[in-house]
Write a protein that binds this ligand. Sequence first.
Ligand SMILES: NC(=O)c1ccc[n+]([C@@H]2O[C@H](COP(=O)([O-])OP(=O)(O)OC[C@H]3O[C@@H](n4cnc5c(N)ncnc54)[C@H](OP(=O)(O)O)[C@@H]3O)[C@@H](O)[C@H]2O)c1
Length: 327
Amino acid sequence: MAAKASLEMTGGKNIPTIGLGTWQSTNETELETALNAALEAGYRHIDTAYIYGNEAIIGRVLNKWLTSGKVTREELFITTKLPISGIHRDRVELFIKKSLENLQLEYLDLYLIHFAVGTNYIGDSIIPPLDKLKLEDSDHVGVWKKMEEQVDAGRTRAIGLSNFNQSQIERIIKAARIKPACLQIELHLSLQQRDLVQFCHKNNIVVVAYSPLGNPSYNKFLESFGQKARELPNLLQNPLIKSIAEKHGKSSGQVMLRFLVQNNIVAIPKSVTPSRIKENINIFDFSLDAKDMASLQGLEIGEKARICDWKVIPKLQDHPDWPFPKE
Ligand SMILES: NC(=O)c1ccc[n+]([C@@H]2O[C@H](COP(=O)([O-])OP(=O)(O)OC[C@H]3O[C@@H](n4cnc5c(N)ncnc54)[C@H](OP(=O)(O)O)[C@@H]3O)[C@@H](O)[C@H]2O)c1
């Protein structure tokens, strides 16, 4: 079964099916090493977000690669995201300009609304401190019109959504002059989101899978917020995935990523480890057969397996635009 190295994206350039995720990469030396390793290994797609606080580091590395001529801007595919404090019709332009300046780019390839719920914005804080955070009307249609203006102004080639549910996407599609080109959601073998993927594919929306390896370091992130570790699916150690990996002479991570790409889904595994970075893009020299694909599909657990549930910002769940099913 085939796997494409890139997918067509409405309005934009083709999106490479493996990109480098960069969330939780804020150490300058570590991220610089990771980006250099990724670009050397052939990655051309990099995923970041204003809230990751690392756009400026990425910008410095990209600038070196671009000015040295080792890569052209046309070859790169750079995604960043409008933060929750930017989800307001008066703040879209402000935030995309900040991201472009950080990244030292004239345009983005893809700009996403990071989450369905908007908050207040306090000066230069990336997210308002929790005691000062206020929920605001997310005004999806009004904000989308401002996203469209960013395409018109040449600041981004394509626009899309992240962490929106089907009915929220349908509402935007109805009102849109430029339809969403992409939906970025949590997607891995324990949370396959098949209905949402099918809906997106029917509407020519490219699906990008975040936490495609089931983010094995999520508990470290929770602990850094003073929150309790949770029981999470340990996909890298799953015996079925391991046995399929052994059969193909590949790693469990490679099987998980190949499964997504064979289903025409883009994956953005994050790593700061050069050997893993190389491993994660080396998925185009083997193929999962129909039996492998069917047994991997059977690992679906559903909503209970959601890792990145955004509950570290507890107030967000109280908003009527909270995108995930409530318990
Ligand atoms: N839109 C959103 O709301 C949203 C939410 C979450 C994530 N994202 C994006 O999606 C990207 C990926 O998701 P994620 O970071 O949550 O999780 P992930 O990519 O599933 O997992 C990352 C973790 O896996 C480890 N790892 C990477 N490759 C490995 C391999 N081959 N073998 C074993 N371990 C491996 C990494 O460790 P090392 O780094 O130590 O190697 C890191 O701890 C993010 O970085 C971000 O760009 C978006």
